[in-house]
Design a protein around this ligand. Structure first.
Ligand code: HEC
Ligand code: HEC
Length: 232
């Protein structure tokens, strides 16, 4: 997590553990259905290649990411409004005067801190449902080795494990992942120092193989290698 957020998050974690936080007065689920489900679906598992699954991320990570969108530290890539219009589960009716935002930066800016907390808690209680996608088995095998060597420390259980603050990767949409790999490579997105050190070592081929691994189904979940030396 970003160091600047630590103080606020400490408070947030305390409010989660005592569960008497003011976020209780905001219904995270209701807010999510109103503001987010048009794109991320009702349970945070998106049905569109351009829109990420966000179910099951830890509350702290979701809070951090929404805060980055809100401050503009992370620039979002807006999606084609047509995609929202075509969503059969769309919560907004076509005659609604409230036109739907298509840009995560604008959406996050409209949220108060307490609302971000409530949404983060709601999402943390949902289950990430991996998407089955077409993948290249040979590249995926190579990707798995790279992942176990460099990325498993934080993206545990081959990118499927929920820990405090690393994104779930296994079963995320391919097109979304490709865009994020580009943004991370260009330095357009925050990543922790220890991830940066490892990410820098990756060739274009390595990145392609990692993506094929992340979109492939889970095999042998217990496979692990000795984690790379923490001090490197
Ligand atoms: C118009 C469609 C749309 C709506 C509505 C929307 N999102 Fe998003 N969301 C996206 C897209 C597209 C991205 C990916 C942005 C990018 O690639 O930069 C995204 C990214 C995210 C991410 C980052 C996921 C990751 O893996 O890093 C989070 C968290 C998120 N949205 C939460 C929300 C919440 C909470 C709401 C409601 C307040 C919301 N979104 C409303 C389309 C939407
Ligand atoms: C020190 C822990 C750490 C290590 C090691 C690490 N990551 Fe990450 N990774 C994170 C965190 C934390 C985030 C969320 C960053 C944010 O947006 O705040 C993240 C985000 C990502 C994302 C964006 C996912 C999304 O939903 O948008 C990708 C892709 C990713 N990591 C790939 C990798 C790869 C590939 C490696 C190995 C080369 C790696 N990471 C190693 C901690 C780590």
């Amino acid at each position: 997590m970003r160091p600047t957020l630590k103080a606020h998050l400490l408070f947030f974690i305390m409010s989660i553990s005592f569960s008497t936080s003011a976020s209780e007065s905001i219904n995270g689920e209701k807010l999510f259905q109103e503001k987010c489900s048009d794109c991320h679906q009702q349970d945070g598992n998106s049905t569109d290649n351009d829109i990420p699954h966000i179910a099951g991320f830890s509350a702290i990570l979701t809070f951090d990411i929404l805060d980055q969108f809100k401050s503009g530290d992370r620039k979002s890539i807006p999606i084609n409004p047509q995609k929202v219009e075509n969503n059969p589960n769309k919560a907004h009716d076509n005659n609604s005067k409230n036109s739907i935002e298509t840009d995560m930066n604008v959406i996050a800016k409209s949220l108060k801190t307490k609302e971000i907390e409530a949404l983060s808690l709601f999402l943390a209680n949902q289950t990430f449902k991996p998407t089955t996608q077409k993948y290249d088995p040979k590249l995926a095998e190579t990707g798995k080795m790279i992942h176990l060597d460099l990325c498993e420390n934080c993206h545990v259980d081959q990118g499927s494990g929920k820990i405090e603050d690393a994104s779930l990767l296994k079963g995320q949409w391919k097109q979304y992942l490709q865009r994020q790999f580009k943004a991370l490579s260009k330095g357009e997105r925050y990543m922790p120092r220890r991830m940066k050190k490892r990410f820098r070592k990756l060739s274009e081929e390595d990145k392609e193989a990692l993506i094929e691994f992340y979109i492939s189904p889970m095999k042998n979940k217990s496979d692990k290698t000795i984690p790379a030396n923490e001090s490197t």
